[in-house]
Write a protein that binds this ligand. Structure first.
Ligand code: 13P
Ligand code: SF4
Length: 302
């Protein structure tokens, strides 16, 4: 069977739109109607006609966010086992423990968190707006999770009293260790380094810009005559090379791979289209509770 041909046929026949995160494999991203960062994709879903079915290709918390913001739409995930270990490092039990221990702190959660945790947060943020959101919160004391590196970045930029939760265990294995076996920056002094805020401080301090995968194209488009080294998951390097064919762009580390993002395969997509499996179904109360913290983020950004 020609999988690609079948997928294209079923996509049309069953009225599906494909939305994929920047880190999925290139042959999968090529099939997507939209690609982008975690928040950008949730916003895209809001503008899609209700009659369309949405297939999300990425990891589970992103699809959950999409469903929370679009409860009336049918949203499917390509591969149900594709998850984010960093998001899973903070359980609702741990979060409630910190909430009771620090009752005067506001809770800001990175969008890379479970819906079960988002329901207890005062506000959600993304890697693109974390500093802006924490600055806008009317409290100097902030519990921030689950990424300790992003928490540290936010603390540094806002000068607020930011406490990372759950603490040492909250990090992205791809970004936290991206300096291992990476290229030697000293040999590329004519390149500008752009990194994701999930990277450690040491690397952020050496960079030209720090930002989300959605912000990286903006940084490059502002300086098209420069050369760039990209410090994030390897899939993003392909996305940027595709967007800026005449700009020299190289990866900081060829082995920076998010194995969960790469779990999404053509066979999975075919199975969802053919059998209509893997639909995201969330409890109505969970949707309403967790939606509040996401809507608060939009309000604070206005
Ligand atoms: P972005 O929102 O920047 O795409 O980041 C999502 C993510 O999981 C980074 O590792
Ligand atoms: Fe999670 Fe890291 Fe993968 Fe992003 S790259 S989805 S933070 S494990």
């Amino acid at each position: 069977m020609d999988l690609l041909k079948e997928i294209k046929y079923l996509k049309e026949k069953k009225n599906f739109i494909f939305i994929g995160h920047n880190y999925v494999e290139k042959n999968i991203l090529d099939l997507c109607d939209y690609n982008g960062d975690s928040l950008g994709l949730a916003k895209v879903a809001q503008n899609i006609n209700k009659e369309k079915n949405i297939l999300f290709i990425g990891v589970d918390f992103m699809a959950e966010t999409m469903k929370i913001l679009n409860p009336e739409k049918r949203i499917f995930v390509a591969n149900k086992s594709a998850t984010c270990p960093m998001a899973n490092s903070l359980s609702p039990e741990k979060l409630l423990y910190f909430k009771s221990k620090f009752p005067n702190y506001s809770i800001v959660l990175y969008v890379n968190s479970t819906a079960e945790c988002k329901r207890y947060a005062d506000c959600v943020c993304t890697s693109a707006n974390a500093v802006e959101i924490v600055n806008a919160i009317d409290n100097n004391n902030i519990l921030f999770g689950p990424d300790k590196n992003l928490a540290n970045y936010v603390k540094e930029k806002t000068k607020k009293n930011v406490l990372a939760i759950p603490g040492e265990d909250g990090f992205c294995y791809v970004h936290d260790s991206i300096e291992n076996n990476s290229l030697n920056l000293k040999s590329f002094s004519d390149f500008n380094l752009i990194v994701h805020p999930e990277c450690k401080k040491n690397l952020r301090d050496k960079s030209f810009k720090v930002g989300s995968t959605g912000q990286m194209p903006k940084f490059i488009s502002e300086n098209l005559d420069k050369k760039y080294i990209i410090g994030t998951e390897i899939g993003m390097v392909d996305v940027l090379k595709n967007m800026f064919e005449n700009v020299e762009i190289i990866p900081f580390n060829n082995e920076a791979i998010c194995h969960d993002m790469k779990k999404n395969k053509l066979e999975d997509i075919y199975n969802v289209l053919n059998f209509e499996i893997n639909e995201i179904l969330l409890d109505r109360n969970l949707i309403n509770d967790s939606r509040r913290s996401i809507i608060n983020m939009f309000k604070l950004m206005e």
